[in-house]
Design a protein around this ligand. Structure first.
Ligand code: HEM
Length: 426
């Protein structure tokens, strides 16, 4: 095979498939060869230019005029005709949000919507996060065994996300199913039969988002980030547009909870599989923020993000032609020894963990990163204090097959309820 520019593709590049097992299990490991030998390559199976080194990924993120984010939420596997018909039936019209909007529209919009993310505004959500985590923990603490994903890792971040957005906390189970459909639709490779099922889920999610938005618009001003947007849409409809509101309503429900849920599951998996590190956190809870950050680097929940080249452009010495679609494997950049010493080691004392690319970089960098971090921190604080004897069970981890959102679908842990510190201290 050849690249679109007519160069031969190496055998490894030709074989690369992000839907194969190695990438699904460990994307950073699956691209070790690329980091070492061919850091920018064309993948004929994907139709994307894959970029795996830290510095190259950062350079792309930095220049969002040459490398437009407009394709960030595009379907990575084009819809079949049947699936397309389903989407049309639901009048599916997901378009630009923030994450896939070009300049200057993006910055004008982002600037209008920053207030909800100030440190004070975020801190106001902390007591609620802690209460939710405590309630969930109360419900299982006597059991001695649980799948933390099913018990709380998705439900708590989803509740927090809805609260942050001001969206009524209804239909949680349904929203979770919708989110899975959205992830598969955007970053997955559903089979022809699955395509239709996924399109049904996505179409319903689109309709649902519109209904919730309508309900919120009809109400007097409530609290939450979506209300900020609705208000800005009234004041500046050319900056915060109607379609933006509807598209964002759907995209943000996913962005604000799935990412955090998966990141929390990844962090618990990594920390519990190193009992000495877990014990250290239990003894020194002040290490938790740094440990969470290192987990985001080592095993982030977003592992790859996309851009499209607006002109012929050089990346790591390779010319990507105008129109070239780019998959930046941020999980690989996070394991690049050119930036992180002993990158495969989980080192909670690492002084540059915060340089990781899991939240992206540059003008689109994740707006909700401090909310995500806070949730991870509170989960870890509550568990290290109340269940220091927590252990990871032997298990096979499974992942939703897709290029970008990653975390175990279940995380089984066990503990001896008789050893709970709160039992010992009446
Ligand atoms: C953008 C990851 C949590 C809201 C992004 C991007 C990534 C990301 C990779 C794209 C960045 C870029 O293009 O440079 C994550 C991860 C999270 C998380 C790993 C949790 C661990 C959240 C939460 C919220 C949120 C909780 C909302 C409350 C956003 C928004 C953008 C964004 C609004 C678009 C920013 C823009 O384009 O200007 N996130 N996210 N994220 N995220 Fe997050």
């Amino acid at each position: 095979p050849e690249t679109p520019t007519g160069c031969p593709v190496s055998p490894r590049a030709a074989a690369f498939d992000p839907f194969d097992r190695p990438y699904q299990l460990d994307p950073a490991e699956a691209l070790r060869w690329s980091r070492e030998q061919e850091p920018v390559f064309y993948s004929p199976k994907l139709g994307y230019w894959v970029v795996s080194r830290y510095a190259d990924i950062k350079a792309i993120f930095r220049d969002n005029l040459t490398f437009s984010p407009s394709i960030a939420l595009e379907k990575i596997t084009p819809a079949s005709d049947e699936a397309q018909a389903v989407l049309e039936r639901y009048e599916y019209g997901m378009n630009r949000t923030l994450v896939n909007e070009d300049e200057p529209a993006h910055m004008a919009r982002r600037r209008e919507l920053l207030e909800a993310f100030s440190p004070e505004a975020l801190e106001a959500h902390a007591p609620m996060v802690r209460r939710l985590v405590r309630e969930k923990l109360d419900a299982i603490i006597h059991l001695g065994r649980a799948d933390l994903v099913a018990e709380m890792f998705w439900e708590v971040p989803l509740t927090v996300a809805l609260h942050f957005l001001g969206v009524p906390e209804e239909d949680m189970e349904q929203l979770r199913r919708f989110s899975v459909a959205h992830t598969l639709n955007t970053w997955g490779r559903p089979s022809p039969e699955q395509q239709v099922e996924v399109a049904e889920g996505v179409g319903k999610f689109w309709q649902y988002s519109g209904q919730v938005l309508k309900k919120m618009q009809d109400q007097p001003r409530g609290h939450g980030w979506m209300y900020d947007m609705i208000e800005k849409n009234r004041q500046k409809p050319d900056v915060v547009t109607d379609n933006y509101l509807h598209s964002m309503m759907m995209a943000i429900i996913v962005a604000a909870h799935e990412t955090t849920a998966l990141a929390t599951a990844n962090a618990f998996r990594q920390l519990l599989s190193r009992p000495a590190v877990w014990a250290e956190l239990c003894d020194n809870p002040e290490l938790i923020p740094a440990a969470a950050e290192e987990c985001l680097r080592h095993s982030g929940s977003v592992v790859a993000w996309r851009r499209i080249a607006m002109r012929d452009a050089s990346v790591g010495g390779v010319t990507i032609p105008e129109g070239g679609r780019i998959l930046m494997v941020t999980a690989s950049g996070n394991h690049d020894p050119g930036h992180f010493e002993n990158p495969d080691e989980l080192d909670i004392y690492r002084d540059n963990a915060v340089d990781h690319l899991t939240f992206g970089y540059g003008s689109h960098q994740c707006m909700g990163k401090n909310l995500g971090r806070m949730e991870m921190r509170i989960f870890l604080e509550e568990f290290t204090r109340r269940l220091p004897q927590l252990e990871l069970e032997e298990q096979e981890f499974t992942f939703l097959p897709n290029t970008s959102f990653r975390g175990p679908e279940a995380l089984w842990v066990r503990w001896d309820p008789a050893c709970n510190p709160e039992h010992r201290e009446p």
